[in-house]
Design a protein around this ligand. Structure first.
Ligand SMILES: Cc1cc2nc3c(=O)[nH]c(=O)nc-3n(C[C@H](O)[C@H](O)[C@H](O)COP(=O)(O)OP(=O)(O)OC[C@H]3O[C@@H](n4cnc5c(N)ncnc54)[C@H](O)[C@@H]3O)c2cc1C
Length: 448
């Protein structure tokens, strides 16, 4: 990318905090509106049924939030990051699970009380009505998807299998919409309330369609990405260079990632996220991938000229989050990819800590050294097995971090590496009292 980027965010709310404040204020405002409309609407036949309806409204509201969190809205993604947004989506998903159980339970109890029958009888009667049946089917799909998202179940499924089941949730949303159109009376009490409710749905579904379908299609038609070169970096690591048209107009930044699909090479439904391992220069994009499974291993044999369908760029692991003039970049293993790109854009005092088992295994080390020299940055390669030797090798223990970077509390710290390393670094940063707003991490996993 040719445009200059600010070295650090101006004083005031950091972009990450701004994103959070805006998102959660909008959520709070909508909760308030929904409560007001509920309280001013015609009362239900009895209190239990009323509570069931109240739960149903919140269930729909949580569904809307779920869509917004994964709609890949650029403004939110650049400030909060897709990893955090998908993690919130995951946790909100469990709220959805409980609401999906409780809403029909209270509705059935309410009707049973009203008509002096049993919840089971009411279930049989109500399931004979198509809109209610669709609501029940939607609930069933949500329960299955939530069940498969529990960590134990999720680990046993391939990413693609889990994702396919997750796609069924869109069917659940259609069923839930039909259910609401015919069953929900709260918002029909006033034309304004009704307009508000459907505007919320249009916004959520519209954002999703634009963010996940329209924008990727438009970008790929415009840029026509193609593989320009494939360069092995190590036995199990390869860099893929991608060119295309008008790449200077692609709003990509160092530290971001894209979701890549190599057309005609591998299975079309497989799309994998890889960070840009060099700052975008307006002519080429580069990703560097470690072979961990079939798709990443296959990259070594992708032919030059292969058409690429790439979604993104995404992510908040960029200089936009900077709050201080000085930076500490910490990478472990293949987590060097976004760190390498960030170093290219670094301004002000910069230190890089690169953790690898041996210097031979430290991919991109040569170019990292050159970059560090040209940008006047300090580079420390931290090798050896963690815990080995006397005293034990603990490069990211608070005292060791402080010894390497004495002014660490006055820097923005970017961390990307294996989960255990990232957790250890984040713990040490907390122990050293580095303010949370200065700590930025990228995890190579979404929705986990
Ligand atoms: C934001 C982000 C940036 C990344 N950047 C890099 C990078 O620069 N270099 C690098 O080597 N690796 C990177 N990864 C990891 C890389 O995406 C996975 O190693 C790769 O997708 C594995 O695919 P596979 O089919 O080879 O292996 P599999 O065995 O199929 O997958 C291994 C694991 O990778 C994850 N994964 C697979 N496909 C996807 C997907 N479509 N979306 C999310 N997660 C998926 C799942 O957790 C899965 O269990 C990044 C991951 C994320 C989320």
């Amino acid at each position: 990318m040719t445009a200059a980027h600010p070295a650090a965010a101006p004083a005031g709310l950091s972009p990450a905090l701004t994103g959070r404040v805006v998102l959660w204020s909008v959520v709070a405002l909508n909760v308030l509106i929904v409560e007001t409309v509920f309280l001013t609407a015609d009362p239900a036949k009895n209190a239990v049924l009323g509570f069931g309806k109240w739960l149903g409204l919140h269930l729909a509201l949580v569904m809307i939030l779920q869509l917004v969190l994964v709609a890949r809205i650029g403004w939110l993604d650049r400030r909060i990051g897709m990893d955090r947004l998908t993690s919130w989506h995951r946790w909100t998903g469990f709220t959805l699970f409980w609401l999906v159980l409780l809403h029909p339970t209270f509705v059935l109890l309410g009707y049973a009380g009203e008509y002096n029958s049993t919840p089971l009888k009411e279930f049989k009667t109500l399931s004979g009505q198509l809109p209610v049946l669709l609501g029940m089917l939607a609930a069933g799909i949500v329960l299955v998807a939530a069940g498969l998202s529990v960590r134990v179940a999720r680990r046993r499924l391939s990413y693609e299998a889990w994702h396919t089941v997750h796609l069924l949730l869109y069917v659940a949303i259609v069923f839930a919409l039909i259910h609401q159109l015919t069953e929900v009376s709260t918002f029909t009490s006033s034309p304004l309330a009704e307009a508000y409710w459907w505007a919320l749905w249009v916004f959520a579904l519209g954002s999703l369609v634009v963010g996940r379908i329209v924008l990727p299609l438009v970008r790929n038609a415009r840029h026509q990405f193609r593989v320009a070169a494939v360069v092995p970096e190590a036995d199990n690591v390869v860099s893929v260079y991608v060119t295309g048209k008008h790449l200077d107009k692609l709003p990509a930044r160092a530290g971001q990632f894209m979701i890549w699909r190599f057309l005609g090479h591998g299975r079309w439904w497989e799309a994998n996220p890889f960070s840009l391992s060099a700052a975008p220069d307006g002519r080429t994009l580069r990703l560097t991938a470690k072979a961990v499974g079939t798709a990443s291993a296959r990259l070594r044999t992708v032919p030059v000229g292969t058409r690429v369908f790439a979604e993104g760029p995404y992510g908040a692991f960029t200089a936009l989050s900077r709050t201080k003039p000085a930076t500490l970049l910490i990478a472990g293993g293949v987590g060097i990819t976004p760190i390498r790109a960030l170093l290219e854009e670094a301004t002000g005092p910069t230190t890089v800590l690169y953790r690898a088992a041996t210097t031979e295994q430290a991919v991109l080390l040569g170019e990292l050294r050159n970059l560090a020299t040209s940008r006047g940055a300090q580079l420390h390669v931290l090798t050896g097995r963690t815990g080995a030797g006397t005293p034990p090798n603990t490069p990211f223990a608070p005292e060791n971090l402080l010894a390497l970077v004495p002014d660490i509390t006055d820097r923005d710290v970017y961390v990307c590496g294996p989960a255990a390393m990232t957790d250890a670094v984040l713990r040490s940063l907390r122990a050293l009292k580095v303010p949370a707003a200065q700590v930025h991490s990228e995890r190579f996993s979404l929705a986990s």
